[in-house]
Design a protein around this ligand. Structure first.
Ligand SMILES: *Cc1c(COP(=O)(O)O)cnc(C)c1O
Length: 334
């Protein structure tokens, strides 16, 4: 199984390319909660999201003679794989579902990746990616259930704790659990009593449902402001599920309305443009789901969102997500 040594090895591999994003206090949130609230700004990565860490560690560890890579991704992992493959001079084919916003598809093409859109769930995209491996000899890189990917994401934990050894709690956005598993492994190896909380949206949170059930379960995928948190964890999950099950102290689910308000808050108070998936930690704080008693950090995981949607949110307009409507409202300081 994975341990701290794997994460230290990953740190060496990503050095100078995907590491040391800013780690800054939010003056507004710190003041509001009376403790230091820190933001790890992975939205500042060259691909606009933390996924570059794991993708780069996985791609650089592939054996000589690899033909190319493929993955299925809601966007950011695909961007990371395309970027890392280009650095190594490999072909990258990215498979994704029709739910993924157009801006994300174009973003991957700009990074030099080929994009194949297949089906309307993450599982359909996964099947297509597996076909490419069988028929074209590409190597699939899972967005979360891969030891190198998990170790790469874990480097975020090393950076946060080396900057602030006094951190008591980490609020980590949770989807397939590669991010949470990696950060939990790193953080708990360095500081065993640190608290790790995984946070998802309350519609279609596969990892939270799986932890509750004690085994991987399928959930119905629906449109969410936190689209980067959509998708299943894989029924044959080998790594991210057991690590999240064993190391997360708690999972919290936040509503679409809470995500909407957290996006407004991060923009108006800290002037940060971030995806819905990134603000779930802030949504948990503002929604009163978690009351911090000491220094707390959350990962602002990415910035790759549709700017029309973002403009609607910061101007307080209604948002239609499939058959679900979020009632808009202008920002009011919470
Ligand atoms: C992938 C992703 C997450 C969730 O990471 P997992 O490893 O799948 O849990 C959160 N935020 C953003 C922006 C992402 O791209």
């Amino acid at each position: 199984m994975l341990d701290l040594a794997d994460i230290l090895a990953a740190q060496n591999i990503i050095k100078g390319q995907a590491d040391h994003t800013p780690f800054v206090p939010s003056p507004f949130l710190s003041d509001k909660f009376g403790v230091d609230v820190l933001l790890k700004l992975e939205n500042m990565q060259p691909i606009g999201a933390f996924k570059l860490r794991g993708a780069m560690n996985a791609v650089m560890n592939l054996p000589e003679g690899t033909k190319g890579v493929t993955c299925c991704s809601t966007g950011n992992h695909g961007r990371g794989v395309a970027y890392a493959a280009k650095l190594r001079g490999l072909r990258a084919v990215i498979c994704m579902s029709e739910l993924v916003p157009k801006a994300k598809v174009e973003g991957i093409q700009q990074l030099g990746g080929e994009v194949w859109v297949k089906g309307n769930s993450q599982d359909d995209a996964m099947a297509e990616s597996q076909r490419l491996c069988r028929e074209e000899g590409l190597v699939e890189i899972s967005p979360f259930d891969d030891p190198y990917v998990i170790a790469g994401q874990g480097t975020i934990g090393l950076e946060m704790l080396s900057a602030r050894p006094d951190l008591e709690t980490l609020l980590v956005p949770l989807s397939g659990g590669g991010l949470a598993a990696g950060i939990a492994l790193a953080a708990k190896a360095i500081k065993p009593d640190i608290k790790l909380i995984g946070i998802s949206m309350d519609r279609g949170a596969a990892m939270a449902a799986s932890i509750k059930a004690g085994h991987p379960v399928d959930v119905i995928e629906v449109a969410s402001l936190a689209d980067s948190l959509g998708g299943g964890i894989g029924m044959d999950n080998k790594f991210s599920f057991p690590i999240c099950r064993d190391l997360l102290d708690e999972t919290i689910l936040v509503s679409e309305e809470e995500i909407y308000r957290a996006m407004q808050c991060l923009f108006y108070e800290d002037r940060i443009v971030a995806e819905g998936a990134c603000v779930v930690g802030i949504a948990a704080l503002l929604g009163g789901h978690f009351v911090p008693k000491g220094p707390v950090a959350t990962v602002v995981t990415g910035r790759n969102l549709d700017m029309d949607l973002f403009t609607k949110i910061v101007t307080g307009q209604d948002i239609q997500l499939g058959d679900y409507q979020i009632k808009g409202a202008a920002y009011v300081r919470p």
